[in-house]
Design a protein around this ligand. Structure first.
Ligand SMILES: Nc1ncnc2c1ncn2[C@@H]1O[C@H](COP(=O)(O)OP(=O)(O)OP(=O)(O)O)[C@@H](O)[C@H]1O
Length: 969
């Protein structure tokens, strides 16, 4: 069993599209080697560089009438003659690179339900059920590895009746999957550094045939290739492009090998001269047909591509619209030429290789590629990339109808059509292979896998100048995002037409055939009517009026090709024929007729179609053309996103999501702390105020106590130890005596002595010294205790009342101060008191002060008791005095007078006067005086003890109140 052919270098990776671009061979060099001396030595029919040069320069050839028969039958077709250019030697070793390049290309998948006529992809070998297929592929691979024109010649595969592919070819689940993974899955699109584009949407719906926005003029960018240092041997010398635009249309004829032909006579009648690009029929309707290229049966696809499409593809990359289509009878090799095989890739995969090679060779521009794939089947357009439509019931549903529309900018386009953005050759091939799988094919009389539809691959190429310095320079504005130049949007259309055929026996095939034939007939009609006078001198208005008379609308095919046929596009037409035919003579004769028709079509196309394709305008991101350019959209979107990112970054820098929170928290905390401090301060102030108030209260209490103490001391001094007190009492006594009416100065002295008590806040009568009171003094000093004691008690009661009022006033002030202070700081105080040692200390202080106040009050009460005791003693003394005086009227009177005095005259002895005369007082018995003295001594002792806290005030008023003595009594 043969082994798989191994290329010299690794095949392109079929890794996911997100991976880096695979290492691609350089197709130009590879394919150039195909026409090198080594290859050419194998056969005289091998193409040479000279042939290639001649082929491309054919547009500059002179036209002359054909001397042979075909010119007679088709008089309108001129015969082209040319002169071969000298062949130049090719560098050795290119054969190997060429083989690698071709062999590295994947095979567009075919349905597994049929016997493939093309060798399948070697990468699908493991799943290929047919060993023959594998052999075929290996055979093809071997041939490819040894470049030879024989490599492309093989026996046509036996026909297989197959039905499937949308009802034509059954797509068996066991069908070998394409190595391109053309299973209809969406191709993921990822960033690619090569394209320098962001990850775009995977696909989008857009037009297919748009972008024909420029008016047809002659090519004006001569020298583009030279500026790149590239030469295009296969496509020919750019100088061969005539100014009349004929160089923009390349018509080639490819002869399919027919190894199984039984009628050798057929081949004898034909002359195929690829050097001269001549195809001559020596039969009855014979003639010579000259084209831009004639490929014989041993020319492989690479040769075809180099000569017929390579230059066009390059021009598309430069900004021209280009259309390549294969035309010919069924089974003559259109699909073979367009798609090729794994070992003999056709125009489409080679173009894809070239596209990405061009991108690599053009670092100063950035590109975006999107691809769509449609077919026209029975005059209906179907999207081959849309995938199966699943209806509500889970079954296949109908695809949305695709219509052709036209506008002045985009020309004729199909919509809605899915477009997929591709970023690598593999990805692009996968997408196309997926469309191939969806294409309708069926077995016919002449082709086991006949294309039953016209298939149109459209690759939209967007490109723009790269901005120096990278995308960072595109920060300023949207306008800057598309600066310095606009975006070119050009379209490469690669079309594999269905083949014309005779009426088939199968009704379905007949229906298909009728549509195919009708559309091809329309195409022929349009091509036949296109005047070769359509040159650049023709105005657009005249041209459009002419277009209106052409039957483009008679078929969707011609409608879709209108832009290309009317001159807005570079055009390359590859007509395929088969010379010789197996079968009967009649069939062979019919076949020859079809071949001649194809040749006639090619000749008309060659002569009539004139393209004045012009490099498309670069859109500046505005208008319809600009709006179609995804490159602009993405760039602007990138710009916007970048701006947003920068703004977010700036915002983040200025206000870090975490920092602001922490700052806010910190501020909050600081605020709280400040508030706390303020509260603490307020609390402190309140404390201080409280302390101040307490201090004030304490001071007031102290003052009151001191006052009371003074008062007590005075009371003591009156009757106990203090001689001076007695002196004072004597004064008091004197006053008492004076109050009796006889001793006026006593009153005055009494007042004076009373004033010495210094009772605050009490109106004191001015002391009037009485010089004549000596007697009174002596009386007092001598123990006139009775009158003196009552006066003392009265004075004490008066003072006590004053003191109580004073205390009451102080208490009121304290209470008021507390209330006002409490109203200011009560709230903050409540926060601060809890817990702190300072607060605890404060509380303790307050408690201490309260206790102190309590003690003071207790002392005050004791003193009140003392006063009460004094009062009681006085009463006893009075009672005793009354008892003693009851025996004499004088004494009773004195008692009455005294009682009357005590009741009425409390504060002013002087006012009432003393009813007791000193004599009466002195008349008291000695024993009584002694008794009084004893009692007075007892009272004095008791007072001393009470003051010192040793005596319990039994039976006296409680301590709980600070009532004035007068009230308490
Ligand atoms: N140049 C060629 N060399 C070798 N085999 C060829 C060549 N051209 C065509 N064939 C073979 O002929 C068969 C028919 O070719 P193909 O399917 O490409 O014809 P077609 O023109 O596309 O037919 P249809 O119009 O019915 O689709 C295929 O098996 C293909 O491999």
């Amino acid at each position: 069993m043969a082994t798989l052919p191994r290329p010299a270098v690794a095949r392109p990776s079929i890794a996911p599209p997100t991976g880096p671009l695979p290492s691609l061979p350089v197709p130009k060099k590879s394919r150039v080697s195909n026409i090198g001396p080594t290859t050419r030595s194998s056969s005289s029919l091998l193409p040479s560089p000279a042939t290639a040069a001649r082929a491309v320069s054919s547009s500059a050839l002179s036209l002359r009438p054909s001397p042979k028969g075909y010119a007679n039958s088709v008089t309108s077709l001129p015969t082209l003659t040319t002169t071969d250019a000298p062949a130049g030697p090719l560098p050795p070793g290119r054969t190997l690179r060429k083989t690698v390049s071709i062999g590295a290309f994947p095979q567009p998948p075919k349905h597994g339900g049929r016997t493939p006529s093309h060798p399948p992809s070697p990468l699908s070998a493991s799943s290929t059920p047919s060993g023959d297929t594998l052999d075929q592929r290996l055979s093809a691979g071997s041939k490819s590895a040894t470049p030879s024109r024989r490599g492309s010649i093989k026996k046509p595969a036996p026909r297989v009746s197959n039905v499937g592919g949308r009802g034509l070819l059954a797509k068996s689940p066991l069908a070998p999957p394409s190595f391109l993974n053309g299973s209809g899955e969406s191709v993921s699109v990822a960033n690619t550094g090569h394209l320098s584009l962001p990850s775009p949407p995977q696909s989008r719906t857009s037009s297919a045939q748009g972008s024909y926005a420029t008016s047809a003029t002659t090519i004006e960018d001569i020298g583009d290739d030279e500026s790149r240092g590239r030469s295009d041997n296969a496509a020919g010398d750019r100088n061969s492009i005539s100014k009349d635009g004929k160089g923009n249309v390349v018509v080639s004829v490819r002869v399919r090998p027919d190894i199984g032909a039984k009628d050798s006579k057929q081949e004898v009648e034909w002359e195929i001269n690829n050097k001269r690009a001549l195809l001559a029929y020596k039969g009855r309707e014979g003639g010579e047909f000259f084209y831009d290229n004639v490929f014989d049966t041993q020319d492989n696809n690479a040769r075809v591509y180099d000569a017929a499409a390579k230059r066009l593809v390059r021009r598309v990359m430069e900004g021209y619209h280009g259309t390549v289509f294969a035309y010919g009878m069924t089974g003559t090799g259109k699909t073979f030429s367009m798609q090729g095989t794994a070992t003999n890739p056709g125009v489409i995969p080679l173009a894809i290789t070239d596209i990405f090679s061009y991108i690599r060779e053009t670092p100063h521009r950035e590109f975006l590629l999107r691809v769509s794939y449609l077919e026209i089947y029975n005059e209906k357009i179907h999207d081959l990339l849309a995938g199966p439509i699943i209806g509500m019931n889970g079954q296949a549903g109908a695809q949305e109808e695709i219509k052709l529309r036209e506008d002045s900018k985009r020309g004729v386009y199909a919509t809605p059509l899915k477009e997929e953005i591709v970023q690598s050759p593999t990805q692009l091939l996968r997408v196309i292979a997926r469309g191939d799988n969806a294409r309708r094919v069926a077995g016919t009389q002449f082709n086991a896998r006949s294309s039953r539809s016209h298939a149109v691959v459209q690759i939209v190429v967007e490109s723009r100048e790269r901005v120096p310095g990278g995308p960072s320079n595109l920060k300023d504005s949207k306008r800057a995002a598309i600066a310095p130049g606009g975006v070119r949007v050009s379209t490469l259309s690669l079309i594999d037409l269905a083949g014309s055929e005779k009426a088939a026996e199968n009704k379905e095939r007949r229906t298909e055939g009728s549509h195919i034939n009708k559309s091809l007939l329309t195409l022929g009609t349009v091509v036949a009517r296109i005047s070769s006078d359509q040159d650049k001198a023709t105005s657009d208005k005249d041209k459009s009026s002419k277009d209106k008379h052409l039957p483009y609308r008679d078929s969707k095919l011609t409608r879709l090709l209108q832009g290309a046929l009317s001159g807005n596009s570079l055009v390359s037409i590859l007509c395929t024929v088969q010379i010789g035919s197996s079968g009967s003579i009649a069939a062979a004769h019919s076949h020859t007729g079809e071949t001649l028709n194809t040749l006639k079509f090619a000749s008309r196309a060659k002569n009539n179609i004139v393209s004045h394709a012009k490099k498309v305008d670069e859109s500046l991101g505005a208008g319809d053309a600009g709006s179609r350019a995804l490159l602009d959209r993405y760039r602007i979107e990138i710009q916007d996103l970048r701006k947003q990112l920068e703004e977010q970054h700036k915002a983040k820098e200025s206000k870090d999501p975490k920092e602001p929170e922490s700052k806010e928290e910190e501020k909050e905390r600081e605020k709280d702390e400040e508030e706390e401090k303020a509260r603490e301060l307020e609390d402190k102030q309140r404390h201080e105020e409280q302390m101040l108030e307490m201090q004030l209260a304490r001071t007031a209490l102290k003052e009151r106590i001191e006052h009371l103490n003074r008062l007590i001391l005075s009371s003591k001094s009156l009757g106990v130890n203090n001689g001076r007190s007695f002196s004072a009492m004597s004064l008091q006594r004197g006053s008492v005596l004076s109050s009796a009416g006889d001793l006026r100065p006593v009153s005055a002295r009494s007042s004076a002595s009373h004033a010495t008590l210094e009772v605050p806040g009490h109106g004191v009568s001015q002391a009037v010294p009485n010089e004549g009171s000596e007697e009174d003094d002596s009386v007092g000093e001598n123990g006139d205790g009775s009158a003196t004691q009552g006066a003392q008690i009265q004075a004490l009661q008066s003072d006590l009342a004053d003191k109580n009022r004073y205390i009451s006033t102080l208490e009121k002030r304290l209470l008021h101060a507390r209330r006002s202070s409490h109203s200011r700081v009560s709230m903050s105080l409540s926060h601060k008191l809890g817990g702190s040692s300072e607060d605890g200390g404060l509380v303790a202080t307050i408690a201490e002060k309260d206790a102190e106040i309590h003690n003071l009050r207790a002392q005050l009460e004791d003193k009140e008791k003392m006063i009460a005791a004094l009062t009681s003693a006085r009463k006893k003394s009075d009672t005793a005095h009354e008892v003693s005086s009851d025996s004499s009227p004088g004494s009773r009177r004195t008692s009455n007078q005294s009682h009357q005095r005590s009741e009425v005259n409390v504060g002013s002895v002087k006012a009432k006067g003393s009813p007791i005369s000193p004599k009466a007082f002195l008349a008291t018995s000695k024993s009584e005086r002694q008794d009084r003295d004893e009692k007075l001594a007892d009272v004095t002792r008791m007072l001393d003890e009470m003051i010192s806290g040793r005596v319990d005030a039994n039976g006296v008023a409680r301590r709980s109140s600070l009532r004035p003595v007068t009230e308490g009594r």
